[in-house]
Ligand binder design. Structure first.
Ligand code: AN0
Ligand code: CP
Length: 316
């Protein structure tokens, strides 16, 4: 693999999923692959899982790591061309990306959307500028519109835990007090469209995901109907795509509760985390044996490792 910005960069999804699950069984099988290779991790936003799991994955492969919180420790980044830099930004992305790339063999970046302008966010300019000016393989650690390392993890988790050949997987919107990106939902939907699953999305009116990521998913505004017979419930809040970046409702009826889980086929509960308890999901669900969120986050390490291994094989 040459880079990992979305599912489009994956030549063979099932092979990558199998690779991740294989690495889980034998994480230290490729310790020489990353020798003398450096992974740069750039964060413009907070992270727990992505940061630590990707670092751990790189260590498993024998790589060195450079990490920087650009939002806190870096110079303010200018991204527009031809601008007179007499404002807050102290450094242009052209130099910043090119300089970091000299110290690294693979670069990874997290950049959230501003949720003010749909066209600007969905153009993924910052991510693509890093790709353009670094000129080394780039991994998305969650961009404006997608979170492919999370989605690979989610496909791996469903693959290893499914009890039927074609499980029913439901992506359900849940309430939140902040306007959150569509990235996790977009990406999960994009990957589920390519997986052997019966995929349903449920959300209140006005929360439809972009058509190109929604794909052939069945969409219903009736959460109870969606939950009926489900094998996996994947909860996530996102802000509106149509009324871009807005919170249209905080209706607590959409929270995931034990009463709703009863409608399912003893579904396992998934969430990418972080999750706000008793707002998105009730304690009684998150603390129940049906919740697999911890195991799910554990798989982040091996998803990242499968991606890094594939890119290392390409460049070594
Ligand atoms: C982020 C989001 O919704 O994209 C990161 C999730 C992995 N979540 C929050 O900001 C709470
Ligand atoms: N799921 C996820 O990406 O978590 P972090 O934001 O903590 O990295």
């Amino acid at each position: 693999m040459k880079q990992f910005l979305s599912l489009d960069d994956v030549p063979n999804l099932s092979a990558l999923v199998s690779q991740g699950l294989q690495l889980k069984k034998d994480p230290f099988s490729d310790q020489d692959l990353g020798k003398n290779k450096t992974l740069g991790l750039i964060f413009l936003n907070p992270s727990l899982r992505t940061r630590l799991s990707t670092q751990k994955a790189a260590y498993n492969l024998g790589m060195s790591i450079l990490t920087m919180d650009f939002d806190k420790d870096g110079w303010g980044l200018e991204t527009s061309d031809g601008t007179v830099m007499n404002g807050k930004a102290g450094e242009h992305i052209k130099e910043a990306a090119a300089v970091v790339a000299q110290y690294c063999d693979i670069l990874a970046i997290r950049c959230f959307p501003l949720l003010k302008n749909k066209e600007q966010d969905y153009a993924e300019k910052l991510l693509l500028d890093f790709q353009r000016y670094s000129k080394i393989p780039l991994i998305s650690l969650e961009s404006n519109t997608l979170h492919p390392l999370q989605s690979l993890t989610d496909v791996m988790t469903i693959e290893e835990r499914k009890k039927t050949a074609k499980p029913k997987v439901v992506l359900t919107w849940a309430p939140h007090i902040k306007a959150l990106p569509q990235a996790v939902a977009n990406s999960f939907s994009q990957w589920m469209n390519q997986a052997e699953v019966d995929f349903v999305i449920t959300h209140p009116q006005g929360y439809d995901l972009a058509e190109k990521f929604r794909g052939n998913a069945k969409v219903t505004y009736d959460q109870n109907e969606a939950f009926s017979g489900a094998d996996f419930i994947y909860a996530k809040n996102w802000s509106s795509y149509e009324s871009y970046g807005q919170i249209l409702t905080q209706d607590p009826k959409w929270m995931i509760t034990p009463e709703k889980m009863i409608l399912t086929n003893q579904a396992e509960f998934m969430h990418c985390l972080p999750a706000r308890r008793n707002l998105v999901v009730a304690d009684a669900v998150l603390d129940s044996p049906q919740s697999i969120v911890i195991e799910q986050s554990g798989n982040r390490e091996f998803a990242a490792q499968a991606v890094l291994k594939s890119i290392l094989e390409e460049i070594s």
